[in-house]
Design a protein. Structure first.
Length: 124
């Protein structure tokens, strides 16, 4: 997987086919599978382990630490709308989450090399 592909989704469709090769139109697929794609065990994984954010779930303040390779932090709601954006000149940032509605959010760390790392946050 290319560096630019990280954080994106891979979509595919399943077409039921009999062992004879005949298409089984109208047949239902009875199970679905979804999982994260593991892409490397290099420096990015070490950075992933070093970044700290807590508490999760969060009520008021979200604390972010070990941001020395992070250029910017963005918070998106599940519709993809950016609700917060913060430049990170320091190694730590505190995000005030009080004004946000309860629900799931995606925290995106933009690194100095242009790559991105995303994490799920639950606001209560």
């Amino acid at each position: 997987m290319a560096r630019a592909d990280r954080g994106n989704f891979i979509r595919f469709a399943v077409t039921p086919v009999a062992q004879t090769g005949e298409l089984l139109q109208g047949q239902k697929v009875y199970s679905a599978y979804s999982d994260e794609i593991a892409y490397s065990t290099g420096i990015d994984d070490v950075l992933n382990q070093q970044l700290r954010f807590y508490p999760n779930p969060v009520r008021d303040i979200l604390y972010l630490e070990n941001l020395n390779q992070v250029k910017q932090i963005q918070l998106f709601d599940l519709s993809g709308r950016a609700v917060l954006a913060v430049q990170t000149p320091n190694n730590s940032v505190n995000l005030n989450m009080n004004a946000l509605k309860n629900g799931m959010y995606i925290l995106v760390f933009e690194l100095e090399d242009g790559s991105r790392l995303s994490k799920k946050i639950l606001k209560q």
